[in-house]
Design a protein around this ligand. Structure first.
Ligand SMILES: [Zn+2]
Ligand SMILES: [Zn+2]
Length: 248
């Protein structure tokens, strides 16, 4: 008997079993981790295909969590941060357990509330080399770290830089009560005297208005370039092995 060749048919959409959730190309989905104790994998759907035996496969492009990257999780990585990798895969559609939203960095910082299905992505990640695009981002505060959207920051109304309360020996409560903040450097130079401008104190959602984020070297002004060009975040240190997603 002649074996029937698997004829593949591209599907416009497919419903997650046991739900009414419709998945289409371009959607972001959660896939069951091989170890049930681990959080689900996150991927972007590239294509949905079924064969003549109605096996539905999904072509995905993986998002990596910071801990799955070669450099590991760093202090400035947000809890809901993902990297869009160049790692493509084909999985059974049945491993999809839900849908999620991967926001841009900017739209994530503007969310009123962050649900379990909300993530954000500001870097592309090269799985083979551990490299990131962009490979440079603006840094803030005395600690010269990129912005972690989970952290409260306060903006100095004089120099417009953003600061972590803890780096300035302030408590979160003190900062939340402030109407104005002037960092010690500006306070010492007295430049802000008579300045009536309101400094904003928030989860730094207005950050991108005063600083470019993420930076790209072409759009940086000279001042910013000189300040930031010595820092490259994240560095592509090649320590950890990436998780074996393709072994599933
Ligand atoms: Zn700091
Ligand atoms: Zn200042």
């Amino acid at each position: 008997m002649a074996k029937s060749k698997a004829v593949k048919k591209v599907l416009d959409s497919h419903v997650i079993k046991g739900t009414h959730k419709v998945v289409k190309a371009g959607d972001c989905v959660l896939l069951r981790a091989s170890d049930p104790g681990n959080p689900p994998y996150v991927a972007r759907v590239e294509k949905i295909e079924s064969d003549n035996r109605n096996n539905v496969k999904v072509h995905v492009r993986w998002y990596y969590r910071p801990e799955e990257s070669m450099g590991g999780r760093r202090q400035f990585h947000g809890a809901k941060e993902l990297f869009l990798s160049d790692h493509y895969d084909i999985q059974s559609f049945d491993t999809i357990e839900g849908k999620c939203t991967v926001h841009t960095f900017k739209s994530y910082t503007k969310l009123d509330s962050v649900s379990a299905e909300d993530y954000f992505c500001r870097f592309e990640y090269k799985a083979s080399t551990g490299g990131f695009i962009p490979d440079r981002v603006a840094v803030y505060c005395k600690c010269e770290m990129p912005y972690n959207p989970d952290d409260l920051m306060v903006q100095c109304e004089a120099c417009k830089d953003w600061f972590h309360p803890s780096c300035m020996n302030l408590s979160q409560e003190q900062v939340k009560k402030m109407d104005h903040y002037v960092c010690p450097d500006c306070d010492a130079s007295g430049q802000q005297e008579g300045d009536k401008k309101q400094g904003s104190i928030e989860g730094a959602s207005a950050l991108e208005e005063s600083k470019s984020w993420p930076t790209d070297s072409g759009s940086q002004d000279g001042e910013k370039k000189s300040r930031n060009s010595h820092r490259v975040f994240p560095r592509s240190e090649q320590k950890n092995q990436r998780s074996g997603k393709n072994s599933k």
